[in-house]
Design a protein around this ligand. Sequence first.
Ligand code: PHB
Length: 248
Amino acid sequence: MANSPTGDSVTERLLRVLETFTPTRTVQSAAEIGRRAGLPSSTVHRFIGELVETGLLERDEDRRIRVGMRLWELATRSSAALRLRQAAMPAMERVQAAVGEHTQLAILEQDEALFLERLSSRDATSNITRIAGRLPLHASSSGLVLLAYAPPDLQERVLAGPLHGLTRATITDPTALRRKLAEVRRLGHAVAPGSIEDVATGLAVPVRDAAGRCVAALSVVVARDAAVEAPLAALHRAARDIHSTLGA
Ligand code: PHB
């Protein structure tokens, strides 16, 4: 791929541009993108113009830029995430109907929990997860499940820190985290009271593929002082259903 005068390839520049978009920053001016992506202003308008022409980015009425539907279409069409999401969706709907709280599906991606799907409920407990958003492995219930069943080298990398505290309840001590991961494996689920936000408890179970590997975490977020037995039972049932669907 042709390199720019600064030596970075077109692919690298494209990635830097796309990574300036986040779950909370979905629209930007071309100048903002250029600044955040570290692209010289002489090239940013032409480069973004090309991406708009191909549909990977889109311009709104105010000439501000957002990620294009074409990019969503191409990325979603054949991804493993789509298959997992489709297998999980009916069971997620049952959990959400039974528990009446937000229900999420997350996978392990670059040492973080990446959320593929979230079913929202009206009047549900506060919840900071977003589709295509990420949470730290050590701090969220989904992350604890993904970490508990992750390869040992990944576990050691995360345990080596830094383990940032998001609340007073976040586990930031490596020994305590090791104990918690052992507990998750023993119980087959994670309970994370107040770990991401003081008012909420995250509950998560592993989702296993046909070979029995943990490929995702299914979670609900309930009020901090809510009973957890019934939501956990609903999550375990759902994980079994998704496992059978993935094996079929
Ligand atoms: C959790 O999974 O532990 C979690 C996620 C989002 C929240 C609260 C808890 O808002």
